[in-house]
Ligand binder design. Structure first.
Ligand SMILES: [Zn+2]
Length: 266
């Protein structure tokens, strides 16, 4: 029985990976889980992830990233969970967030950003995935498929756990659809506007990504490159920024940001 269910899980995971989303779409935008369950899944997932990465434990850099993250969170549309921001000692250009509010930023990404508003744009995008509960939608989609499988297999209480474990090991929790990515961009722009940080940073950073993506051995992580093509995102972001009311933003020059950059270049 156990052997069969593992095969079925593998099959469903494969279906999603192959982009066979027809069945999966039935469960898109559905979230079966409470905030409490999300927190539990998130903390388990964060624990697993942190076994496989090296965190960058510099107090000044860590505090700056956390302060910037919390400043954005204060203006986010979801404040009923606590958000944590950690720096990953990895030169590739990447950032990611997992359910439960755990956000990670690679050193390579901080190094590529030239202004605070560029860095804030990426961080606000990751917060956007937590606000939009995109990771939990992925879990729901998979467990929804698992539910169908259970109808054929009979009840198996450990099925959901196995399904989530399998998704984690395949990186599927972070593979959001185009709609979720654009929603995270829109939420990021609105959040930055509300926080007084110029959302033009979103576009400036995308321009840098677009240039990097053209390089043959680009350090842009596969994770970032699975997002909708950068040109599309730039167009969409410009449209969203146009909708905002006029506002005086902070200077894109930030003393703290420059201090962190100096520290990382030493
Ligand atoms: Zn994203």
């Amino acid at each position: 029985m156990k052997k069969i269910s593992i095969h079925i899980i593998a099959l469903f995971v494969l279906l999603i990976q192959m982009g066979c989303t027809q069945i999966g779409n039935t469960f898109a935008n559905i979230n079966f889980y409470s905030d409490e369950e999300e927190r539990n899944i998130g903390s388990q997932y964060a624990f697993q992830i942190e076994q496989g990465i090296e965190l960058y434990n510099d107090k000044i850099v860590g505090k700056y990233i956390n302060d910037l993250g919390q400043r954005l969170v204060r203006f986010s549309k979801r404040r009923n969970i606590s958000y944590r921001f950690k720096v990953v000692n990895d030169p590739s250009i990447n950032a990611f967030a997992i359910p439960g509010g755990y956000c990670y930023v690679n050193l390579g990404l901080i190094q590529l950003a030239e202004t605070e508003s560029e860095l804030a744009g990426v961080m606000a995008h990751e917060i956007g995935h937590v606000v939009g509960k995109h990771g939990m939608e992925q879990v729901s989609k998979q467990t929804g498929l698992g539910f169908i499988a259970q109808i054929f297999l009979g009840p198996n209480s450990s099925f959901t756990e196995q399904m989530i474990a399998s998704m984690i090991s395949n990186g599927l929790l972070l593979k959001y659809g185009r709609g979720a990515e654009l929603e995270a961009d829109r939420l990021a722009i609105e959040e930055m506007h509300a926080a007084g940080i110029d959302p033009v940073g979103v576009i400036n950073f995308f321009e840098k990504l677009a240039a990097k993506e053209k390089e043959s051995n680009s350090e842009v992580s596969r994770l970032l490159s699975t997002h909708p093509p950068t040109r599309d995102r730039i167009k969409y972001a410009k449209k969203e920024i146009k909708k905002l009311s006029k506002k005086d933003y902070d200077s894109i020059k930030s003393v703290q940001f420059d201090r962190v950059k100096m520290r990382l270049s030493q």
